[in-house]
Design a protein around this ligand. Structure first.
Ligand SMILES: [Ca+2]
Length: 259
């Protein structure tokens, strides 16, 4: 006799929000043990081995996510690196979304002003980036330091980044910086009502708390497609940091092509 399948209730009648925001119960048919936090890879149901060709360098998935900002690879992110990183982020965004391959410097400059004015609306002007950098380093530096003595340089130690983990990732990282595939899938089963694997700006707004709207908004601007959706693939690759590397490589290729 076949074992009786246990039905797990994911909806409570008196909590309508549980039926509005659905949980998938078929994940283990697509991805082995989706509930087990992964230390070095970030898989989903479409990419069971994580990002193809992405090197983890024995870092946790959370460490891989922030490693983009450590521009000299010394394991420490200084405020100046964060500030430069924000600008690289904007620069990449302009290149990917607004500069056609082989375009002239004039059209590049036009795109630059167009996009930088959009970023200004979102608060990404130099002053706001400076404030963002100060906030990030004041709030995150101390928790990651190797000693109890505060540092006047406000460095962020990647080795201890899990100690500065904050609430904007919908519990996709665990307390130690591992990545939990089921929680990424839950973001999309709960909030992606228009398309199963993509979020609209409205859905993103609905999903995020005040503190994380800026971060998710920046990701939306960097990675949204032509129809204005943020795909699960882009979100997943943001978690393991390969999205930034991909954009950076594409940018370098475009620059080489233009030279
Ligand atoms: Ca560094």
């Amino acid at each position: 006799m076949a074992a009786k399948e246990t039905v797990i209730a994911t909806v409570a009648e008196k909590a309508p929000v549980t039926s509005e925001r659905q949980i998938r119960d078929d994940l283990d048919t697509k991805l082995p043990k989706p509930y087990v936090p992964r230390a070095v890879v970030a898989p989903d149901t479409e990419n069971v081995n994580g990002t193809w060709g992405h090197k983890h360098n024995n870092m946790s998935v959370l460490q891989q996510h922030v490693a983009f900002f450590d521009q000299d690879d010394d394991g420490i992110i200084y405020p100046s690196e964060t500030y430069r990183g924000i600008y690289i982020y904007i620069y990449i965004y302009i290149y990917i979304c607004h500069v056609p391959a082989g375009s002239s410097i004039v059209s590049y400059m036009r795109s630059y002003f167009l996009v930088s004015s959009r970023f200004r609306i979102l608060g990404f002007n130099p002053v706001a980036s400076f404030i963002f950098m100060i906030l990030v380093h004041i709030t995150m530096s101390y928790a990651t330091l190797p000693s109890w003595l505060p540092s006047p340089y406000f460095p962020i130690y990647i080795q201890n980044i899990h100690k500065a983990k904050h609430g904007s990732d919908s519990a996709t990282y665990d307390t130690e910086g591992r990545y939990i595939p089921a929680n990424l899938e839950n973001i999309f089963s709960k909030y992606a009502h228009t398309m199963p694997d993509k979020l609209t700006l409205g859905e993103l707004w609905h999903m995020t708390q005040t503190a994380s709207k800026l971060e998710w908004g920046a990701l939306y601007l960097l990675a949204k497609d032509e129809e204005g959706y943020l795909s699960k693939e882009a979100v997943r690759r943001c978690f393991d940091g390969s999205l930034f590397q991909y954009c950076s490589k594409t940018h370098k290729a475009a620059t080489t092509k233009m030279e």
